[in-house]
Design a protein around this ligand. Structure first.
Ligand SMILES: [Zn+2]
Length: 255
């Protein structure tokens, strides 16, 4: 029997029991969050501040917070889109193993994915914490200091530097996250990569690992990606248009 590409993918979704999602910027552009790396993206407007610079330079801390405060609105106001919501259906269906995301917007959890099913490889912009004692400080506290004193905010408990809980360049990703991600990659039967060009490690490594362990791999991205000939299928399109259709059919049965 010859199935069309779309029918085939629906069948894959329908037959999968342990689905691992790997999501990147393209998953959230439908929610109005900029893609950092594309033309006009955040890294064209702001220069990233590596963590080592943040620690030693007042100027770098000022520049970093300036950028965080200016881009905050975009994050604070964003709502999950149809693609985020469709993953919640998979979760309710008991077939979502986990979500590995490069996004820092917290929209997977906002949509209703439980905290323990999400690994945020680049951290989270939804929270602010102390780099010294780990104290959770909150955006309100940090913003108040930034605005009233015009300086990088500090921890009320120990005086250390506060920073959103994103992983900056040069900042280490906790080993425990990578262990869990690798466990998911080894045990999934279907790995679905959406909205990422798989150019940034370590998130980029898990779909390949899943493939090597025998899982089927589907990639959905807006633009072509190089070096992924091993994937079972590559589809070009928008996350919020394709994904909900594929998933809805697999959850409630095809029309
Ligand atoms: Zn502290």
């Amino acid at each position: 029997m010859n199935l069309s590409s779309d029918q085939q993918i629906r069948a894959w979704f329908g037959g999968a029991k342990r689905i691992l999602m790997v999501t990147g910027a393209g998953f959230s552009t439908g929610s109005g969050i900029s893609d950092y790396r594309s033309p006009g993206g955040i890294w064209e407007r702001y220069q990233p501040v590596p963590i080592q610079k943040f620690f030693v330079s007042h100027e770098a801390r000022m520049r970093y917070w300036q950028y965080k405060v200016e881009t905050r609105e975009e994050f604070a106001g964003a709502a999950p889109n149809a693609a985020h919501r469709s993953l919640v259906e998979l979760q309710s269906d008991g077939r979502l193993l986990g979500v590995l995301t490069q996004n820092v917007d917290g929209l997977h959890q906002k949509a209703g994915i439980s905290e323990e099913r999400v690994i945020e490889f680049h951290g989270s912009n939804a929270r602010v914490g102390c780099l010294d004692c780990g104290e959770e400080a909150g955006w309100d506290h940090a913003l108040k200091q930034w605005e009233s004193e015009n300086r990088p905010p500090t921890c009320h408990a120990c005086g250390g530097w506060l920073k959103p809980r994103t992983i900056s360049f040069g900042q280490e990703i906790p080993i425990s996250w990578m262990e869990r991600a690798s466990q998911w990659a080894r045990s999934c039967d279907f790995c679905v990569v959406v909205g990422t060009s798989l150019s940034v490690a370590p998130a980029s490594e898990y779909p390949r690992l899943a493939h090597q362990m025998g899982a089927r791999v589907l990639i959905l991205n807006r633009t072509p990606i190089s070096g992924v000939q091993w994937a079972d299928r590559i589809v070009f399109g928008e996350a919020e248009e394709r994904l909900p259709r594929w998933i809805r059919d697999s959850v409630s049965g095809p029309d």
